[in-house]
Each structure stands twice: as C-alpha cells, then as structure tokens.
Ligand binder design. Structure first.
Ligand SMILES: *[C@@H]1O[C@H](CO)[C@@H](O)[C@H](O)[C@H]1NC(C)=O
Ligand SMILES: *[C@@H]1O[C@H](CO)[C@@H](O)[C@H](O)[C@H]1NC(C)=O
Ligand SMILES: *[C@@H]1O[C@H](CO)[C@@H](O)[C@H](O)[C@H]1NC(C)=O
Ligand SMILES: *[C@@H]1O[C@H](CO)[C@@H](O)[C@H](O)[C@H]1NC(C)=O
Ligand SMILES: *[C@@H]1O[C@H](CO)[C@@H](O)[C@H](O)[C@H]1NC(C)=O
Ligand SMILES: *[C@@H]1O[C@H](CO)[C@@H](O)[C@H](O)[C@H]1NC(C)=O
Ligand SMILES: *[C@@H]1O[C@H](CO)[C@@H](O)[C@H](O)[C@H]1NC(C)=O
Ligand SMILES: *[C@@H]1O[C@H](CO)[C@@H](O)[C@H](O)[C@H]1NC(C)=O
Ligand SMILES: *[C@@H]1O[C@H](CO)[C@@H](O)[C@H](O)[C@H]1NC(C)=O
Ligand SMILES: *[C@@H]1O[C@H](CO)[C@@H](O)[C@H](O)[C@H]1NC(C)=O
Length: 303
C-alpha cells in the first residue's frame, strides 16, 4: 500500500506530503492494532500438546474476548508439560475445534459407603462453565453400579433442573460389556443450555448386598463415544478419575442476522466465510464456505 504512494513530489507539494505521511503513519498504526486484536503473530498458540486457534488465546490481544481465554500453567516440576485451563478455573482443556466444540476434563463423582479396599468416601462433581453450555447431543449422563442412583442437577438461575438414573442388580452375570441399559450401568440424556452442573452418586442400601463385586457408585457426564461400559468398571472405574466432556462454544450473544449489522464486532472476518446460529444457547459460529478451508475467524483465514 505505502510503496505505491512513494512518488516523487515537487517542493511545493512537501506540505501535502507531510500531511499524507502523518495520515499514512496513523493509518498504519490503526491497521496494526486492528490486526493485533485478531491474531498477533507473537501470540503463543500452543500449551502442552493443545493447539489454541483464534478466537481462543492465552494472552491479551490473542483472544476474541475474555470468555475465550486459555490459561496455560506450567507445573512446578520443570520436566512435565504445561496444562491448559478454561479461563481462570481448574477445568482442564483437552481439545479445541473450530467447528464449535471444546473438550474439557470432568471428574467422576463417587460414593463408597462401606469401608473397603477403596476406603469410605463420597465425592460429587461441580462444574461451572459460565459461558459455554454442555453439548446435549454429544454427551450423556452415566451412572455405574448395582446399588446406584446417579443425580445430575443445575442450579443456574436460567435453567433449574434435576434428573438422573438408577441401576440395581444382584450379580454381574446378566451384564454385557459395551451395553449401558440399566444393569450395572444406566444413562440419560442431558437438556440443552446447561452451563453448570452438580453430579452426585448415591446408593439405596449402602452396597451391602453387592459389596463383593461393586463397592462404590459412580456418576459422570461424558462424551458419548468416549465411554464404553465394562464390568471391570464396577470395582473402581479401572482407576479412571475423569472423562472428556464436550462443550458447545459460540461467539457473541446475537444471531447471525443481528451480528452482521455491526461489522467491527462481527467475528466471521474471513472472505469466503459463512455464519450460522448456535443450536445450544445464544450466539453464532463461523464456517468457511464450500471449497474453502481454514480459520473463518481470521481475516484471511479461509483458503
Ligand atoms: C508457549 O510456547 C512454548 C513452546 O514454544 C510452551 O512451552 C509454553 O508453555 C507456551 N506458553 C504459553 C503461555 O502458552
Ligand atoms: C481434536 O479434535 C479434532 C477434531 O475432532 C481432531 O482432529 C484432533 O485430532 C483432536 N486433537 C486431540 C489432541 O485430541
Ligand atoms: C485407604 O486409606 C489408607 C489410609 O488413609 C491409604 O493408605 C490407602 O492408600 C487408601 N486406599 C485407597 C485405595 O485409596
Ligand atoms: C474429590 O474430588 C476432588 C476433585 O476431583 C479431588 O481433588 C479430591 O481428592 C477428591 N476427594 C476424595 C475423597 O476422593
Ligand atoms: C457443589 O455445589 C453444591 C451446590 O452448589 C454445594 O452444596 C457443594 O458444596 C459443592 N461441592 C463442592 C465439592 O464444591
Ligand atoms: C468385559 O471385558 C473385560 C475385559 O475387557 C472382561 O474381563 C470381562 O469378563 C468382560 N465382561 C463380560 C460380561 O463379558
Ligand atoms: C448399611 O445400611 C443399613 C441399613 O440401611 C444399616 O443398618 C447399616 O448399618 C449400614 N452399614 C454401614 C456399614 O453403614
Ligand atoms: C464474550 O463472548 C461470549 C461468548 O460468545 C459472550 O457470551 C460474552 O457476552 C462476551 N463478552 C463480552 C464482554 O462481550
Ligand atoms: C459495534 O460494536 C462496537 C464494539 O462493541 C461498538 O463500540 C459500536 O458502537 C457498535 N456499533 C454499532 C453500530 O452498533
Ligand atoms: C460448514 O462448512 C462445511 C463445508 O462447507 C459444510 O459441510 C458444513 O455443513 C458447514 N456447517 C454448517 C453448520 O453450516
């Protein structure tokens, strides 16, 4: 841009050149700030093994807004890789994909009412996601055990609900690996728009009758395809303490139609990009048009 304007000017045009120069400098500064907001090349886009595409980012100027902050924490021992967290929380981020999915790690709620190899313990799971709702199409609520009641509730003011499932059985004999239909394992879908949850595992008869093969109850929300029931889980979930959970992320609070009215704020910056409304809560997402590939949130992202 500037090189095409580097023409030789006659002396009487010097004042014009000066003013033009000032204009070009301020224009250059303006372009630089605008670009920095979108994606500064100095932005660190990895944390451990996680790739962090815009609109997400680890530092100011690298994310769309604070909802998309990823905090990268290196652990005390310098040998281990750093861990990414969602905003300022203890929720671990596993994967971010540009089609609107964010995988996080969620812990398993447990209830071990009797003294056993696993000791007596009770632990529920609380998750506060603030902005991005839990995907109702990709996740399923799951409870494991033979004297087991799993409950899931949300107390967010906009969505107050509780649901769950029960699994009662007296032996391992009728169970089928990979089948979660109520014998040793039960599942129930979760509603849309859930942004915080509390998961609780409990029992009806403190496992006294099933102690031999099932000392504890377990409950968790999990990406459906990431969990297959195994009878080995009845003991202690084979040591697993957390599972992947899919969140639906979206930009803004408006629909595409409304968002397009404000071009400075509109997030689908790429030429050859399209906008579509979120199907789980407010906001919209961007997509490269057919035949193009890349990051539609960056001004030259779709190639
Ligand atoms: C930045 O990148 C390096 C690897 O180049 C990585 O070790 C580090 O954790 C990253 N830091 C942040 C804050 O993302
Ligand atoms: C993250 O998800 C994408 C899309 O589902 C997949 O291609 C990629 O391999 C995943 N990365 C990791 C580290 O799981
Ligand atoms: C049970 O508790 C004891 C004493 O606190 C501890 O040494 C042991 O590792 C615990 N067992 C399990 C399976 O957590
Ligand atoms: C309960 O869960 C939290 C978070 O997963 C964990 O830090 C804590 O050790 C657990 N407590 C027990 C008694 O298992
Ligand atoms: C989880 O949330 C419930 C309800 O808000 C609260 O009573 C409970 O103490 C929380 N548990 C933990 C481990 O934070
Ligand atoms: C389920 O699979 C585990 C090992 O993968 C095996 O030990 C167990 O017997 C299987 N249970 C049934 C009911 O087939
Ligand atoms: C288990 O429950 C029964 C009745 O519900 C009670 O009598 C018994 O004391 C309980 N056992 C333990 C170890 O808590
Ligand atoms: C940031 O983006 C999120 C998600 O799109 C949105 O809910 C939130 O209102 C935005 N915050 C601000 C301050 O614009
Ligand atoms: C567009 O969004 C920007 C940033 O939020 C705001 O300052 C501006 O007033 C908005 N413009 C219109 C026309 O709404
Ligand atoms: C996003 O773009 C791809 C490729 O053009 C297309 O297959 C897909 O259906 C689009 N998704 C949505 C939700 O529009």
């Amino acid at each position: 841009m500037s090189s095409s304007l580097q023409i030789v000017l006659l002396p009487q045009q010097a004042a014009v050149k000066l003013r033009l120069g000032i204009f070009l400098i301020s224009a250059a500064i303006f372009v630089a700030t605008a670009a920095a907001e979108v994606s500064n090349s100095s932005c660190n886009r990895t944390c451990g093994s996680l790739e962090i595409p815009y609109p997400f980012g680890t530092s100011k100027g690298c994310y769309f807004n604070l909802s998309f902050l990823i905090t990268c924490k290196s652990s005390s021992s310098s040998t281990s890789t750093p861990t990414p967290y969602l905003r300022v929380s203890n929720i671990k981020v596993l994967n971010i994909s540009l089609d609107g999915e964010l995988r996080v790690s969620a812990s398993v709620a447990r209830d071990c009412p009797q003294k056993s190899n696993y000791n007596s313990s009770k632990n529920n799971t609380n998750l506060t996601l603030q902005k991005f709702p839990i995907s109702y199409s990709k996740n399923v609520f799951t409870a494991i055990g033979c004297d087991t009641m799993g409950l899931i509730s949300s107390s967010a003011s906009d969505k107050n609900y509780m649901t769950g499932c029960v699994s009662l059985c007296d032996s391992i004999d009728n169970m089928v690996n990979g089948s979660c239909s109520g014998i040793g394992c039960c599942q129930t879908p979760i509603p849309d728009g859930i942004k915080d949850l509390n998961v609780l595992a409990g029992s009806l008869e403190n496992h006294s009758k099933v102690m031999k093969f099932n000392p504890c109850s377990f409950a968790f929300v999990v990406e459906e395809k990431a969990y297959k029931f195994s009878t080995l889980d009845l003991q202690n979930m084979q040591g697993k303490r957390d599972f992947p959970l899919v969140l639906d992320w979206a930009v803004g609070k408006q629909t595409c139609k409304d968002a397009k009215k404000n071009t400075t704020e509109y997030a689908c910056k790429a030429a050859n990009s399209e906008c579509y409304d979120s199907t789980n809560g407010p906001g919209y997402r961007c997509n490269c048009s057919l035949g193009y590939d890349g990051n539609p949130y960056l001004s030259r992202g779709c190639k």
